[in-house]
Design a protein around this ligand. Structure first.
Ligand SMILES: Nc1ncnc2[nH]cnc12
Ligand SMILES: [Zn+2]
Length: 354
């Protein structure tokens, strides 16, 4: 491993935009299909991966919802989440905020309890075995109705003390945030934090709606906000966290090339951007891969990566003192890394001289 790789994987970071169903790797999909006697329309892991060739968000969502059909029991949800945590730990993730889509499962007859208890048990195990803290963001599917979102909120009632936030995902265009203003107000009244996907494929107006009508504390994606200078300035002035997903943007054709990704423009405009994997099993990369890819494609400096990692903690839904503890781990890593680096450099100097 190069110094550069060990810096990127070792850099303590939080993942704020991760759909846990999007971490279901084809190998585990086959295993769960077998375990549960579910047939899937693929003959091999290679065939599954070959199907992951998307032209837009909807293309991906069709395959993603079909993939989730192998998830049946709490053990399945547990195993999927543990696989994510193990992989994320190798990439320096010390805190993860997991989005889950209950409606993807309850609409197939899987009880809400099976979904959430499986995730919660994995979260507990990840904290004791891997030292990763995590929390849950319950996301409403925006292609479904407002009533359906209210029913989901009602189903969650018994677990509200273990759900930190609500989110809004799925097909964006044609399903503006305004459709969910009342359910977000109800969630806020219950003490839940708020985030929403906006400006991934949808126009800047959807970002305004998320801010003004949903009163979100974070914007998931937010790329298209850059089309509106006033909106960009407002997001910067309000210190709004954007959970940006560069590899997802590439795979879903939001950008045509990572070399055209606006991540550094976002930072340059003073936006509080973070880097995230979105659906790593479908887009072919976990968080450190994405830090590395944007660094290479956009020529980000090491300081930019540190800024992105810092933003991931200050933009998290962690209470202030826990976020500060994560930031302290980041600073300690930077100290030891620069010490180690200067040792390597001075050893090299001594070797050269002798
Ligand atoms: N990138 C994305 N946008 C909207 N909904 C999603 N669900 C999973 N990934 C998503
Ligand atoms: Zn997403």
């Amino acid at each position: 491993m190069t110094d550069f790789d060990s810096f990127i994987t070792g850099l303590p970071k939080a993942e704020l935009h991760l759909h846990i169903e999007g971490s279901l790797e084809p190998e585990l999909m086959f295993e769960l299909a077998h375990r549960n006697g579910v047939t899937i329309p693929y003959g091999s892991v290679e065939e599954v991966r070959a199907a992951y060739d998307f032209s837009n968000l909807q293309d991906f969502l069709d395959i993603y919802y079909a993939g989730a059909n192998v998830l049946r029991t709490r053990a399945d949800f547990h195993d999927m989440a543990m696989a994510y945590f193990r992989r994320a730990a190798r990439d320096g993730v010390i805190h993860a905020e997991l989005m889950f889509d209950p409606q993807t499962h309850t609409d197939r007859g899987i009880p809400f309890e099976e979904v959430i208890e499986g995730l919660l048990s994995a979260m507990k195990q990840a904290e004791t075995e891997l030292g990763i803290t995590s929390l849950l963001i319950m996301s409403f599917l925006r292609h479904l109705s407002e009533d359906a979102a209210f029913e989901t909120l009602a189903m969650a009632e018994l677990w509200l003390d273990r759900i930190t936030a609500v989110g809004l995902d799925s097909s964006e265009v044609g399903h503006p945030p305004s459709k969910f203003a009342r359910v977000f107000a109800a969630a806020r009244a219950k003490g839940l934090r708020l985030t929403a996907h906006a400006g991934e494929e949808g126009p800047p107006d959807y970002v305004y709606q998320a801010l003004d009508q949903l009163q979100v504390e974070r914007i998931d994606h937010g790329n298209r906000a850059l089309e509106d200078a006033d909106l960009t300035a407002r997001l910067a002035a309000e210190g709004m966290t954007l959970t940006v997903c560069p590899l997802s943007n590439l795979k879903l054709c939001v950008v045509d090339d990572l070399q055209h990704h606006p991540i550094d423009r976002m930072l340059g405009e003073g936006l509080k951007a973070t880097i995230n994997s979105d659906d790593p099993a479908y887009f072919g990369g976990y968080i450190a891969d994405i830090y590395r890819a944007v660094m290479e494609a956009r020529g980000l400096a090491r300081e930019d990566l540190v800024k992105l990692a810092r933003n991931s903690f200050t933009g998290s839904f962690l209470p202030r003192e826990k976020a500060d503890a994560c930031l302290a781990k980041l600073e300690a890593f930077l100290d030891t890394f620069s010490d180690a680096l200067s040792d390597v450099l001075s050893d090299a100097k001594v070797e050269k001289q002798s």
